[in-house]
Design a protein around this ligand. Structure first.
Ligand SMILES: [Zn+2]
Length: 544
């Protein structure tokens, strides 16, 4: 027996089977119950959302001999035949030709009464592909349709349909099908088919990837199933698709423009870990940026839902977006020669840092406009600048102190256990920091301080932004508190030479008390505190 695709096998045969378009189905059923059937309908919406299936069911339902509550009865000759080889139900695919011949034929035959049925139904799929002369011919027919004729025009691109045609049709806007409905349908299908090697996580991933299109979801399920593997993994699915969920790309761009470096790197790593070709990611980012630029300069080009998303990006400086796409273009070329994670990381950081000043400027603007946000935004800004200054000061002190306490045995002990970091690569809370730490080289270790070096400056920036996480992960591994410093390999070479020179010249290192240093610098800054301290003693300020 020839294989019937799951999609064909589980294609809805009645209104009751149509998934996720409840409002539309209700209106269509009511029009049949009340015998108020129109002569021209347009079904618009994304691919795979049930437009053509609904059109076919409607064609059957209006002709069904015993419709039940507006739906097909499933038992009469028309329903049993399901519109197949039915002379009075004509399907035209405008995508396969420009349609002039077909429309001319319709014009000639439409006046004749239906041969067998009550209604002649013309379903024109991808109607936006009709040539303009075909549209003109269609328009003449739509102006005065005979009582026995019904047109159903289906399209994914309603903006390409001439208004003169639109104005003669009842419009139905098919929505993307929500994830839960898709998931339930897939679950139903694998139960019916007795498929046991595909678990719920995989169904979830398929529902995610299909982006509201049930047909794509079922076709993907079919492909996954035909792999004939005992255990289907997420990577199997992603390899089959090759494409990337649009939402992931939108989130990715969001992290970039928010200058959220840790998220950006995490995203890059996620794509690589899931074996998604990063060239695809770059292409998707490029086309999202292109869409933002188009959106900024024209209206009604995209569907409403997508426009809402693009609107959120529309305030970003156009020059920055153009600069970002230049980098993406360069990265694309690099990756074609050498598809390495680190190259993608570097380029994405370059792109992300483009938006750093943009964010600071926005914060300042928001501060003056919005009193509610004022405190919060100020805090964020302060934290950023104070941290930076503190890090530089702390680093100098910590580098001094780690050299002061440098100990070969401590270093050996530390390095012995350092590979345990890899156990955190799969930990949800620590995976991105573990990914970073694996690239770190412990250079100097004292009893309570570790100095790491990194090949790249951006890794140092990441480390500095997340030193608290680093300390946490080290505490988990070594069961003790370490202070940590990271510097680039270049800086490390400079510090190392300085140290060697000092040792040669007999310069002794002394321990610097970090807390005392902080306190004294604070005293200098704040006279009021000095006075308070003189009167009440130091503790008051410390407690504060
Ligand atoms: Zn029937």
């Amino acid at each position: 027996m020839a294989y019937i695709s799951l999609y064909r096998k589980y294609r809805p045969r009645s209104f009751a089977d149509v998934v996720g378009q409840d409002v539309i189905i209700k209106i269509l059923k009511n029009s049949i119950i009340n015998n108020k059937i129109g002569h021209a309908y347009i079904f618009s919406g994304p691919r795979g959302t049930g437009k053509t299936s609904t059109a076919k069911i409607f064609a059957n339902a209006v002709n069904c001999q015993n419709p039940i509550d507006g739906d097909v009865c499933g038992k009469c000759d028309i329903c049993k035949n399901n519109g197949n080889e039915e002379i009075d139900i004509v399907e035209i695919d405008a995508a396969s030709n420009n349609g002039v011949e077909e429309i001319r034929e319709i014009k000639n035959s439409i006046k004749l009464l239906p041969v067998e049925l009550k209604y002649k139904v013309y379903i024109i799929d991808e109607v936006h592909m009709l040539s303009s002369s075909a549209f003109n011919a269609l328009l003449k027919t739509l102006e005065e349709p005979p009582a026995h004729a019904i047109f159903i025009l289906a399209t994914t691109e309603i903006n390409k349909i001439p208004l003169t045609v639109l104005s003669r049709c009842q419009k139905f806007d098919f929505k993307k099908i929500n994830k839960i409905d898709i998931f339930k349908r897939l679950e139903y299908i694998i139960k019916e088919e007795k498929i046991n090697n595909i678990d719920k996580d995989i169904l979830n991933l398929i529902s995610d990837l299909s982006d509201g299109g049930l047909r794509d979801a079922i076709n993907l399920l079919d492909q996954v199933n035909s792999l004939n593997k005992d255990n289907i993994t997420q990577t199997d699915v992603l390899n089959l698709v090759g494409a990337i969920n649009k939402n992931l790309i939108i989130e990715f761009l969001n992290s970039i423009i928010e200058c959220n470096i840790i998220n950006v790197i995490k995203n890059v790593n996620d794509f690589y870990d899931k074996s998604i070709n990063f060239i695809n990611v770059v292409n998707n980012l490029e086309s999202l940026i292109k869409d933002i630029l188009i959106f900024n300069n024209s209206s009604n080009y995209f569907d409403k839902e997508y426009e809402d998303i693009l609107y959120n990006f529309s305030k970003i400086d156009i020059d920055l977006l153009l600069k970002a796409s230049e980098y993406l273009f360069a990265l694309n070329n690099e990756l074609k020669k050498n598809n390495q994670r680190v190259i993608s990381e570097i380029y994405l950081l370059k792109i992300t840092l483009l938006f750093k000043n943009e964010n600071l400027n926005n914060n300042i603007k928001n501060d003056s406009n919005n009193t509610n946000n004022k405190n919060h935004k100020n805090e964020e800004k302060l934290e950023f600048s104070v941290n930076k200054e503190e890090i530089i000061n702390n680093k100098a002190i910590l580098i001094n102190n780690v050299f002061f306490g440098a100990n070969k045995e401590e270093k050996e002990k530390f390095i012995k256990k350092y590979n345990n970091i890899s156990e955190y690569l799969t930990d949800k809370n620590f995976n991105s920091i573990a990914n970073l730490l694996i690239k770190a080289v412990p250079e100097v270790v004292s009893k309570d301080i570790v100095l790491f070096s990194f090949k790249n400056d951006f890794e140092v920036v990441l480390f500095d932004k997340n030193w608290e996480l680093v300390k946490k992960i080290l505490k988990n591994i070594y069961k003790k508190n370490y202070d940590v410093i990271a510097i680039s390999i270049n800086d490390w070479n400079i510090e190392k030479n300085k140290y060697i020179q000092n040792v040669k010249n007999g310069v002794k290192y002394t321990y610097i008390d970090e807390k005392k240093e902080k306190k004294s610098s604070r005293k200098k800054k704040n006279d009021l505190e000095n006075i308070v301290e003189d009167i009440f003693g130091e503790e008051i300020i410390v407690e504060e």
